[in-house]
Design a protein around this ligand. Structure first.
Ligand SMILES: Cc1cc2nc3c(=O)[nH]c(=O)nc-3n(C[C@H](O)[C@H](O)[C@H](O)COP(=O)(O)OP(=O)(O)OC[C@H]3O[C@@H](n4cnc5c(N)ncnc54)[C@H](O)[C@@H]3O)c2cc1C
Length: 425
């Protein structure tokens, strides 16, 4: 049992619309569905289910959006990691279904922001950048795919000069602008969706770590002071989950970090990102950045660090930021934080059943803003008995890595080193 933790000291926590204060679980409760974890996966699922009339209870160890969902880069990126494998699982007629799934999360987010009036700085506009020729070829392929599917929003291939003009840096040799992707304040989105779920009839408990799941005809979720029995249990703890043994060792917990500068002056904004786009590079040891609503540069990257000391995070990320934007040399850093991403070995998001009425979904490999929202819809469908899309993922068996959790630090460190070398090839 660990004590409930407050939000990490991120820019998002400092600018949250509200501090949620849901009471912990006490005593015995009964529900149609009990969800473990109040990140995007859990909250999105709960909202889908409560909108459909289910009695849903969500049990969160810390706070709504405490995990990766409240700490991430806020980049809403289309596509699902591991698409080649997913396409195989879908079979010959699957290309259109995969295409729909690539963007489904975006539509769910936009629709919820509009329907529930969620204030989360939601904005369209995104650029994939290229560092080498391989990246450029991949961007051209993506461009051709968008063309073939008559993608309804603006998309454009940019050469080095055009990229420089659009995002104020000569660090990249080309880019793909996609106005169908976008960015948002992830913690405020998660809190807004949680409130919408409660308004639709769901119950949320914070500060309630699940210590055990009792399997059976009517499974039960047990915390130190309470217990919820339900027809279905959904495990949505992702990289922070440690209860169910079978979910250990099928994905790596990988750390990613972000720094937020002080608010930029108008001329600095004009120099680095006049069109307010989210930007992401294609490396595994990626860098991603965008402006916040109050015009800070939020600059993120993966690295081999397992702590949370803001000074260490700043020491690592600031030089990387200045390589891209040397014009920000005099700008101060106000926030630095990190979080953990679940990365399956074959990158495909993992959905499945632990037992006939206990489902899980996890491991979105850094594409979670979009894909968690798709996953929530798929899980809600599965509870209702429609397994078609759930089975697409469940049929792709996870690769198990013995000791991946116990030895995660040295393994992740080795993995990051391996990918750093590969990124350079
Ligand atoms: C620094 C960083 C940057 C990122 N940037 C992006 C980005 O720009 N774009 C993008 O698409 N994705 C990004 N991601 C990935 C994305 O944030 C995740 O894929 C997504 O948020 C996962 O959501 P989740 O709900 O599955 O898990 P989480 O948000 O991690 O939520 C899991 C929740 O379960 C709770 N929990 C765990 N175990 C228990 C238990 N036993 N009992 C009760 N509760 C429990 C945890 O407290 C936690 O709140 C980033 C991630 C990080 C860390």
């Amino acid at each position: 049992m660990t004590s409930p933790q407050p939000h990490t000291s991120s820019y998002y926590a400092a600018t949250a619309n509200e501090v949620t204060d849901f009471a912990p679980l006490r005593g015995a409760q009964s529900a149609d569905v009990c969800v473990i974890g109040a990140g995007f996966t859990g909250i999105s699922t709960a909202l889908h289910l409560s909108e459909r009339g289910y009695n849903v209870h969500v049990v969160e160890a810390n706070k709504v959006g405490w995990g990766a969902s409240g700490r991430n880069g806020g980049q809403m990126i289309g596509g699902i990691a591991g698409e080649t494998r997913i396409a195989k699982s879908l079979g010959a007629t699957g290309a259109d279904r995969l295409w729909e799934m690539r963007w489904a999360g975006h539509d769910i987010i936009r629709q919820r922001v509009e329907q529930y009036g969620i204030r989360c700085d939601f904005k369209y506009g995104y650029v994939d950048v290229a560092i080498n020729g391989r990246h450029l070829r991949a961007l051209r392929e993506e461009f051709e795919l968008l063309e073939r599917h008559e993608f309804p929003r603006e998309f454009l291939l940019l050469d080095k000069n055009e990229t420089q003009q659009m995002i104020g840096t000569d660090a990249y040799i080309g880019a793909l602008l996609n106005m169908g992707n976008g960015h948002l304040h992830p913690l405020n989105l998660c809190i807004g969706e949680a409130n919408a779920a409660v308004d639709s009839g769901a119950t949320i408990y914070e500060g309630s770590q699940v210590v055990r799941i009792e399997h059976g005809d009517r499974p039960a979720v047990v915390t130190e002071h309470g217990r919820i029995s339900a027809d279905f249990v959904i495990i949505a703890g992702n990289a922070y989950h440690a209860v169910e043994r079978k979910l250990r060792g099928i994905m790596f917990p990988v750390n990613s970090f972000i720094i937020a500068t002080e608010p930029l002056a108008p001329e600095q904004v004009a120099s680095v990102n006049p069109q307010d786009l989210a930007i992401c590079d294609p490396n595994f040891v990626i860098e991603y950045f965008r402006l916040s609503a109050d015009k800070r540069l939020l600059f993120g990257g993966r690295c081999n660090y397992f702590g949370s000391d803001p000074r260490v995070i700043e020491q690592n990320l600031r030089p990387r930021m200045l390589k891209i934007y040397p014009q920000l040399a005099d700008v101060g850093i106000d926030y630095a934080w990190g979080g953990t991403i679940g990365v399956p070995l074959h990158r495909v998001p993992q959905m499945g059943k632990i037992s006939p009425n206990v489902f899980y979904s996890q491991g979105y490999s850094g594409h979670g803003v979009n894909v968690t929202h798709l996953a929530g819809q798929i899980l809600a469908d599965a509870v209702g008995g429609t397994m078609e899309r759930f089975d697409v993922f469940a049929n792709i068996k996870p690769i198990r890595f013995p000791g991946a959790h116990r030895f995660s630090k040295p393994l992740v460190a080795l993995g990051v080193l391996y990918y750093q070398i590969r990124d350079k090839l």
